[in-house]
Structure formats: structure tokens, C-alpha cells
Design a protein around this ligand. Structure first.
Ligand SMILES: Cc1cc2nc3c(=O)[nH]c(=O)nc-3n(C[C@H](O)[C@H](O)[C@H](O)COP(=O)(O)OP(=O)(O)OC[C@H]3O[C@@H](n4cnc5c(N)ncnc54)[C@H](O)[C@@H]3O)c2cc1C
Length: 523
């Protein structure tokens, strides 16, 4: 007999199967000898009150051998037929990868074109940004196999409500080597140390099943039919052409792609984003605050997370992409700009906790010179200029400007900056002065609110580092709702975060699958 039970236990019980068995035996008034095994199906931490508890959904085997069959069946990929039709996928981030895998499932051969290098070679270029301040415009934290998702935290939670789709995406990650924990945890994450192998395994599936993957292949042009209402392929920087309907999954950093579309007269829309700073605390301090104890997280609890949100003068101020036990990274995709972001390894075991702290920005908030009412690229241009300003304030380097948190709020200079995880180094800087006043001012007020909500959070032990700007796409490439192709161009499927229809790894992956399905329906 098997039973699925919802239980609420201490972190030490939740971490050990033998203790779960004892707990269940006593709860169910069963002899311990009758329980042959348990498996956790769902796990979430409840840290709202002083006593931290873990909610578990467990499957219990009683008087029968444990069945090892996976709860969710593994995804099977068959090779496409020799004469299968092809589709072009531009970009190999989560959206492009999942689009390609879905095309294979539907019997279509994906031809994947990626401007960057494979995920292993990319590592060298990513390290050079921190070590030498040199940014390769085609191989960095945003570009290359795996896209912006490759050297990320790999947090796999999303605000998307499509439970079935989310489970499927997690299962595909798991089938390519991600831990089974991601199928269980309420806040699953893979970690920047594990993601590259998972991504490489996905590429192997694509190639094994008859797909093509071309690295160092920068798409520079769309090919249109004679009546200019249908995209029939793409051209690359080297002059090569690839024919087929196109899934354009180039992410939110590919400004050259937006400019190319704009110059071709293809309809685009400006989109609101959020900009601000990365905030970094010692992880121990966050553990003490979130777990309500001076002793920190102890042996059984993971590095604590937080989420903050408030409204200041009609705009949201909120924490974004929090990385417990993580590091801050230089995430620009172009030389001459400074952008920060965060990631964390699978164990989340560094000394630091960081998150983006950002302010909502609408096109109408931009200074008049950006001409937001008439220029679809206005928000993107603003984002670019803020990153350029940040680079300039850092003495034209990747050594980021930083200020202690309380000093930032009180408008004071920080003489000394405490050690930071940011590998390119930090230097004192008056972010409160040089950041645009509507952003800095709202962050200051937001931080005061967060400091009241969580005692100890507003502190000079924490630092703010500038700037965080790549939170979502500054442009939308509008789609026809039913067919999912571009509103004016058949054969072009704007996809993932860069199209403005997704934000984060999971929702971009879901969008990749949906675009593939829409494309195949049309074929
Ligand atoms: C450091 C960091 C940490 C992050 N952490 C998380 C996290 O923990 N959880 C989460 O959900 N999200 C996280 N994100 C965001 C997440 O990575 C993105 O939301 C996601 O990758 C978007 O997927 P995408 O496929 O739409 O675009 P991208 O991942 O941006 O992929 C676009 C791809 O297109 C390629 N490309 C661009 N232009 C061209 C061209 N002209 N020709 C050919 N190829 C081109 C790029 O090289 C890139 O590989 C993080 C991002 C960063 C930078």
C-alpha cells in the first residue's frame, strides 16, 4: 500500500529520511517495521514564525517494496525523419533551446544559430571580464550557449501559473542532468556550477536527434519573400543564409537585433522595465533576520532568501532575482558599459546574499529627449545611457561603483567599502548623486520601508553596487495572439524574453515551446 501524506516537520526531520519514517510511523500509529520507504514529492520552508517548519508532501510505502519508477515520466526524444521540414531558431538561451527541443518532439528539424561560443569555451571569456575588464561582444554573461540563463543562479521559479507547463520544463532540465530536487522544491534552483553541463546535454539531444547547432553565427538580417509579408530565413554576418520559418529568441540584451528590426521598418513597441542597483549583505545577517535567530541557519536550513516590495510615488520598488549564497557578476554584453547581475552556485554557500533592488520605469517617465511617445527604442536607449554613465563613473572600467547601504539612504560618502563578492572589484562612488534622481530617491525611500519591515536589513554592513538594468526587455516585438507570429510578418516568431513575452528562465522556456508549437501548426 502507498499513502501520500502532507506533513509539517522541523528542518532536521525534513532533511533525513530515517527521521521522516519515524515521524510518519508515530503520526499514523504504524509499526516502523511496516514502512519500507518514503519519497518527498513537494517541499517548502515556512519561515514566517519564530519556529521554522518544513511542509512536505511525502509518499509512504507500507508493507510493500518501494517503487523506483519516477513520479513524472522522463521526456523521450526521437530523431526527426531525413526529409523532415526545417525551422531556424536564432539564439540558444532557454527560449531557443526549449523551442528546438519541442520542434524535435513535433518532427521538425531545428537549425539553431547562436552568436556566441559553446558553454565551456564561454567560461574563459566570462572570466576575462572580471580579470582584465575585457568584454567580448559575442561571448559574455548574456551571449553564448545557454544565453543569459547559463551563468545564472538557475532559479526556476516563475510567476507563471501554468503548473503543467512548469512541471514539464523542470522535467526536461532534470532529464538533462539537473538534480531531482528541482521537481520537489517550492523554490527550485540549479546553480551556476551545474547549469553548463545541463545545457551541454540539451545541445547533445538536439544534435543526436538530427538538429543542427551553429556557434559563432551572428544573425544580421531577415530574409523576406517578394511581397515582403513573410520571413523565409535569415542571413548571418559571414554572408551565409539559412532558409525556413524563424523563431527569434535573441534575448533582451541584443540591441543590434532591435535596431536591425527597427531599420527594416518592422513594428516594435517600447516596454516598461525596472532599473536600480544590486544590494549585497553578508549571508549570515540575512539568515539571522529571515530565520529570526541570532544563531543563523544552522545545519539543516538553506541560505535564507527574501522578497521586498513597496510603492513609492506611484512606482513599484522591489527586490529582484535574489541570490542567496551567491556572487555579483559583471553582466554587460557590450564594451564601454557597466551592468551588474547576480548568480549563485548549487550549494549557495558563499558569504554573501545579493539581489537586484529596482524601481519600475514606464516609457512616460523618460526625459523628453528620448522621445518615448514616438521612438520604440526609447527605453532601450535610456537603459544603454545609464549603463554608459555607470561605466564612466567607474573610471571607464568594470571596477563597479559601490556605496554602503545606509550611506546611500542618508546621502553620505562611504570612505571604505567592505569586501564584496563582485569579482572585478568595487570602488567607493556616490550612487545617490549620479544615479537619476527619480531612481535613487525611490530606492532610498524603499530601503527605509524595507528596513522597518525587517530589523537589521537597512545597514552599513550592506553595499549597493551599480547598475542593475537588464531586468526585462525594453522593447516588445508584437505578436498576433492567435498565430504567435509577428503582427505584420508571417514566418517570424518573436520568442522569449527578448520579444517581451517572458521574464526569467522558466517562462522563456515555456514561450519557446509555445512558439515551436505555433510554428509547426502553420507548417
Ligand atoms: C547573471 C544572470 C543571472 C540570472 N539569474 C536568473 C535566475 O536565477 N532565474 C531566472 O529565471 N532568470 C535569471 N536570469 C534571467 C534569465 O537568464 C533570462 O530571463 C533568460 O535567459 C531569457 O531567456 P531567452 O532565451 O529569452 O534569452 P537569452 O537567455 O538572453 O538568450 C538569447 C540568446 O540569443 C543569442 N543571440 C542574441 N543575438 C543574436 C544574433 N543576432 N544572432 C545569433 N544569436 C543571437 C545570445 O547570444 C543568447 O545566447 C539571469 C540573467 C543573468 C544575466
Amino acid at each position: 500500500m502507498t499513502k501520500d501524506l502532507q506533513i509539517r516537520v522541523s528542518p532536521s526531520v525534513a532533511a533525513q529520511d530515517s527521521k521522516i519514517i519515524h515521524y510518519v510511523a508515530s503520526e499514523q500509529a504504524l509499526s516502523i517495521m511496516r514502512i519500507t520507504g518514503v519519497r518527498i514529492l513537494r517541499r517548502s520552508i515556512d519561515a514566517r514564525s519564530r519556529t521554522i517548519m518544513v511542509n512536505l508532501l511525502v509518499r509512504v510505502w507500507i508493507d510493500e517494496p518501494v517503487d523506483d519508477t519516477p513520479v513524472i515520466a522522463p521526456v523521450q526524444y526521437q530523431a526527426v525523419k531525413d526529409n523532415a521540414p526545417s525551422a531556424v531558431v536564432v539564439g540558444m538561451g532557454p527560449a531557443g533551446l526549449f523551442a528546438a527541443l519541442r520542434l524535435i518532439e513535433l518532427g521538425v528539424r531545428p537549425i539553431v544559430l547562436e552568436r556566441g561560443k559553446n558553454v565551456k569555451e564561454r567560461r574563459v571569456d566570462v572570466a576575462r571580464i572580471s580579470r582584465e575588464g575585457i568584454v567580448d561582444p559575442n561571448s559574455n554573461y548574456c551571449y553564448g550557449e545557454g544565453g543569459a540563463g547559463a551563468y545564472s543562479d538557475g532559479k526556476l521559479y516563475t510567476r507563471s501559473k501554468k503548473r503543467g507547463s512548469i512541471e514539464h520544463i523542470l522535467n526536461v532540465f532534470h532529464c538533462h542532468g539537473a538534480s531531482r530536487d528541482i521537481l520537489i522544491d517550492a523554490h527550485p534552483h540549479i546553480g551556476s556550477d551545474r547549469l553548463p553541463d545541463v545545457i551541454a546535454a540539451m545541445r547533445e539531444t538536439i544534435i543526436r536527434c538530427g538538429g543542427e547547432v551553429h556557434f559563432n553565427t551572428l544573425v544580421t538580417r531577415l530574409l523576406l519573400n517578394s511581397t515582403r509579408d513573410t520571413v523565409v530565413g535569415v542571413a548571418t554576418a559571414s554572408g551565409a543564409e539559412y532558409a525556413g520559418p524563424v523563431i527569434l529568441a535573441t534575448g533582451h540584451s541584443a540591441r543590434d537585433v532591435y535596431r536591425m528590426l527597427h531599420n527594416e521598418g518592422i513594428a516594435l513597441e517600447p516596454k516598461g522595465i525596472a532599473v536600480g542597483v544590486r544590494l549585497e549583505h553578508p549571508q549570515q545577517l540575512i539568515d539571522r533576520i529571515q530565520y529570526h535567530t541570532p544563531y543563523g541557519r544552522g545545519q539543516w536550513l538553506p541560505a535564507a532568501e527574501y522578497t521586498f516590495v513597496t510603492q513609492v510615488e506611484g512606482r513599484g520598488v522591489y527586490s529582484f532575482c535574489m541570490c542567496p549564497g551567491g556572487i555579483i557578476v559583471p553582466a554587460t554584453s557590450e564594451p564601454g558599459l557597466l551592468v551588474v547581475n547576480g548568480m549563485s552556485p548549487s550549494k549557495r554557500n558563499t558569504h554573501w546574499a545579493n539581489s537586484g533592488m529596482v524601481v519600475e520605469l514606464h516609457p512616460e517617465d523618460l526625459p523628453a529627449r528620448y522621445d518615448a511617445p514616438h521612438d520604440a527604442l526609447a527605453m532601450m536607449n535610456y537603459q544603454h545611457d545609464l549603463e554608459a554613465l555607470c561605466f564612466e563613473q567607474a573610471g571607464n572600467s568594470q571596477v563597479a561603483g559601490a556605496q554602503r547601504m545606509q550611506d546611500f539612504v542618508e546621502g553620505k560618502e562611504s570612505q571604505l567599502i567592505p569586501p564584496s563578492s563582485y569579482p572585478a572589484g568595487v570602488q567607493p562612488s556616490r550612487l545617490d548623486r549620479w544615479m537619476p534622481a527619480p531612481i535613487a530617491g525611490r530606492l532610498q525611500r524603499g530601503f527605509r520601508t524595507f528596513g522597518k519591515a525587517a530589523r537589521g536589513f537597512l545597514t552599513n554592513q550592506a553595499i549597493v553596487i551599480g547598475v542593475e538594468t537588464r531586468t526585462s526587455s525594453p522593447v516588445r516585438i508584437p505578436r498576433d495572439i492567435a498565430s504567435m507570429h509577428h503582427i505584420a510578418l508571417r514566418g517570424l516568431y518573436p520568442c522569449g524574453e527578448g520579444a517581451g513575452y517572458a521574464g526569467g528562465i522558466v517562462s522563456s522556456a515555456i514561450d519557446g515551446e509555445r512558439c515551436a508549437e505555433a510554428l509547426v501548426a502553420k507548417l
